[in-house]
Design a protein around this ligand. Structure first.
Ligand code: GDP
Ligand code: IMO
Ligand code: MG
Length: 427
């Protein structure tokens, strides 16, 4: 069982950090394959809480090698501050490996992210403002700066010049901003070179060799399926591919080497930023989910929009990722509701629709069709096996499994590592 992908099945914040950390002790490598420091992964180990943005959650497991793959966009300032923050807390970060092909987020990407959102006004995406979209746009436009460019000053300067040529026009003429000086950017980037050089290797070679030797590699997604630029609720998405295929393009490991794809699935639904969300609750139930679930963004501190579980989305995640398993998280948050509605299908313009509509217009018109399941009031945070759960909690899990199209192999009943019911082993 050498390579597994672990990814978000909804709109992010499903609990990927906790799930990755749980597996961290049993795997050799944990690899981020896309996204950047737009992610916020919370890991609770004993009484310690860690918020990771760019580093793979495996960094907290001593035997595990954390890897930043080529598909990630790296803000070097954030990376170094995250590394030093962990080092101060006694975490060994020396094993980190970074792909030289990963693209850099530079100060002009962050500036452009913020000003373009402001410019969009009411039509804004609600990005995290971390420069993610502009950095990926440059990558696709072939004017990006890569980690390896830090080690060749002349190339770096030429590339920054080429990138800023047009961007400064846009900043000055369209957004009424001051132009950004090439020297300033080059100098800042060169300042990171020595600090990062020891981490940079050919990660594709390392990972493929590891898999060939029978070592276990875990690919940790950022964001979630519905935020995928190809398969999500475009244009209200992030600019990368959190879905399973992204693990291949974002690391240079072929699909034949991946044996398992685990979808992290919250027992209800949340979303941050703008865009359609059929089961969103704007009433006191939504507020209650937010409060009990602690649904506030780890990266931007924004309140997360909350709603009931949406089985249409879970089925879609199974389909576009080829999921083999689900890890159902935050079941404990639902304790105390007398009845729990679950969206089983949508009504769109008077018709019942079972699958996620591929038309944006249809999705914006979708209203949920709910089935209501009986709730439970017993505390479940101490449950260690499925049988420890109250009957109605068991029925809730079984109903979700039937609707979602893949077995639920683990259940989260609290934020801690050990607050997990493992039904089938992932390894
Ligand atoms: P990620 O972005 O997918 O890693 O998720 P976040 O860390 O942004 O948000 C998930 C939050 O839920 C974090 O605060 C976790 O500590 C917490 N969490 C994860 N699993 C569980 C669970 O099973 N129960 C509870 N109550 N909290 C959980
Ligand atoms: P984790 O890994 C939830 C959302 C933003 C915005 C959209 C685009 O913690 O699950 P971006 O800055 O990526 O261009 O913003 O995507 N978004 C997330 N929402 N969890 C995340 O990461 C997210 N990363 C980006 O809120 O709607
Ligand atoms: Mg998060």
């Amino acid at each position: 069982m050498p390579a597994l992908v672990l990814l978000g099945a909804q709109w992010g914040d499903e609990g990927k950090g906790k799930a990755t950390d749980l597996l961290g002790g049993s795997v050799d490598y944990v690899v981020r394959y896309q996204g950047g420091n737009n992610a916020g992964h919370t890991v609770v180990v004993g009484d310690q809480k860690y918020a990771l943005h760019l580093l793979p959650s495996g960094i907290l497991s001593p035997g595990c090698t954390p890897v930043i793959g080529n598909g990630v966009v790296v803000d070097p300032a954030v990376l170094l501050s995250e590394l030093s923050g962990l080092a101060e807390r006694g975490v060994d970060t020396s094993k980190l490996l970074i792909s030289g092909n990963a693209h850099l987020i530079t100060p002009y990407h962050t500036t452009l992210d913020k000003v373009s959102e402001r410019f969009l006004g009411k039509r804004k995406i609600g990005t995290t403002g971390r420069g993610i979209g502009p950095a990926y746009a440059d990558k696709i436009n072939r004017v990006g700066i890569r980690v390896q460019d830090l080690f060749d000053e002349s190339i770096l300067r030429q590339k920054v010049e080429a990138a800023l040529d047009s961007k400064n026009q846009v900043l000055a003429k369209l957004y009424n901003r001051r132009a950004i000086a090439v020297d300033q950017v080059v100098e800042e980037l060169l300042g990171y070179a020595d600090q990062l050089s020891g981490y940079v290797v050919d990660t594709t070679l390392v990972l493929n060799n590891a898999i060939d030797q029978g070592q276990v590699v875990l690919f940790e997604g950022g964001q979630g399926t519905l935020l995928d630029v190809d398969h999500g609720t475009y244009p209200f998405v992030t600019s990368s591919n959190p879905t399973a295929g992204g693990a291949c393009t974002g690391t240079g490991v072929g699909p034949t080497k991946i044996s398992r794809v685990i979808g992290i699935l919250k027992a209800y639904t949340t979303r941050v930023g703008a865009g359609p969300f059929p089961t969103e609750l704007l009433d006191e139930d939504g507020e209650k989910l937010r409060t009990i679930g602690g649904e506030r963004g780890v990266t931007t501190g924004r309140d997360r929009r909350c709603g009931w579980f949406d089985a249409v989305i879970a089925r879609y995640a199974t389909r576009v990722n080829g999921l083999t398993d689900f890890f159902l998280t935050k079941l404990d948050v639902l304790t105390g509701w007398e009845r729990i509605p679950v969206c089983v299908a949508y009504e769109i313009d008077g018709k019942r629709v079972e699958e996620l509509p591929y038309s944006q217009t249809d999705f914006h018109h979708a209203t949920p069709i709910y089935e209501t399941l009986p709730g439970w009031s017993e505390d479940i945070t101490q449950a260690k096996t499925f049988d420890d759960l109250p009957k109605n909690a068991q029925k809730y899990v079984q109903a979700l499994e039937e609707m979602s199209g893949a077995p639920i192999s683990a259940i989260g009943v609290g934020p801690g590592r050990d607050e997990t019911i493992q039904i089938n082993s992932f390894l």
